[in-house]
Design a binder for this molecule. Structure first.
Ligand code: PLP
Length: 261
């Protein structure tokens, strides 16, 4: 009998199925790892946007993590929407308790439609409590600016932001280039000494809902299988590239990316 690698996502639910915990579990499944979830909040959401956010109590988040941790075990894990400083504190404490090292932090802040998925008061908790535990942090450009505290106007700024994220305690930073312009979407990976650029042609499509979740889940799946960060990031980049190019027609608003390998 096969014993699959095990991956846990600690994130919000997207009832529309395009982002959040749903995107993570679909991606884990496509990449052959066993997926588990600890829900932080339910969002009321479809392809038109987010209509409601209902966070869970922080103890409920910690209890879900502990329950799967003591029984099934976790080879790698990721965080997505965490919403409040209290939930972040509870997640950080539980991750420390288990001593898990392969933690991917996707610092989800706002949905593409503008809804707040992380309260303003929680940004410091994310920096102070969670980044020091992160094996990889995967911000997009606006998230990197917020966490690093600088405006990113060019490649030099982006490298400085990556250095600051590593100074805040993350072992690796991947600053994604999806929000930049130009024919290539370039993600910048920094490991504290070396920069690696992951580049792919930019796809011209509005169907990008859930791309950040899907990328970080694919990265987590690779780490769960024991891949090194660069190999896992390259595979995640290829996976998200194909998913964006091969968008699906779902709903009346901005559709999601797909999650098929
Ligand atoms: N909803 C949830 C629950 C999420 O975790 C995320 C992830 O970033 C989003 C929505 C945002 O989706 P997007 O900004 O890709 O539309």
């Amino acid at each position: 009998m096969r014993q699959p690698a095990r991956a846990l996502t600690i994130a919000g639910s997207d009832s529309g199925g395009g982002a959040g915990i749903q995107a993570d579990l679909k991606t884990f499944q496509e990449l052959g790892v066993y997926g588990m979830s600890a829900l932080t909040a339910a969002t009321v959401q479809n392809t038109f946007g987010v209509q409601g956010v209902y966070p869970l109590p922080p103890e409920a988040v910690a209890e879900q993590i502990r329950s799967v941790g003591v029984d099934i075990g976790v080879d790698a894990l990721k965080t997505g929407m965490l919403f409040s400083g209290d939930i972040i504190a509870s997640v950080a404490e539980t991750v420390r308790e288990f001593g898990w090292t392969k933690l991917v932090v996707d610092p989800v802040m706002v949905a593409k439609g503008g809804s707040e998925l992380l309260r303003e008061e929680a940004v410091n908790a994310l920096k102070e409590r969670l980044l020091p535990l992160a094996f990889v942090v995967t911000p997009n450009l606006p998230e990197a600016e917020k966490l690093a505290g600088l405006a990113i106007r060019n490649d030099r700024d982006r490298r400085e932001a990556a250095r600051r994220l590593v100074d805040l305690g993350a072992r690796h930073a991947i600053i994604k280039g999806g929000h930049a312009e130009g024919p290539e979407a370039i993600d910048l990976l920094y490991d504290g000494s070396r920069f690696v650029e992951l580049s792919g042609p930019r796809a011209d499509t509005p169907r990008t809902h859930g791309t950040g979740c899907t990328f970080s889940a694919a990265l987590t799946a690779g780490l769960a299988e024991g891949w090194d960060v660069v190999a896992a990031a390259r595979r995640a980049k290829a996976f998200i590239q194909a998913a964006i190019e091969d968008g699906i027609r779902i709903g009346g608003g901005h559709g999601p990316t797909n999650h098929w390998a």
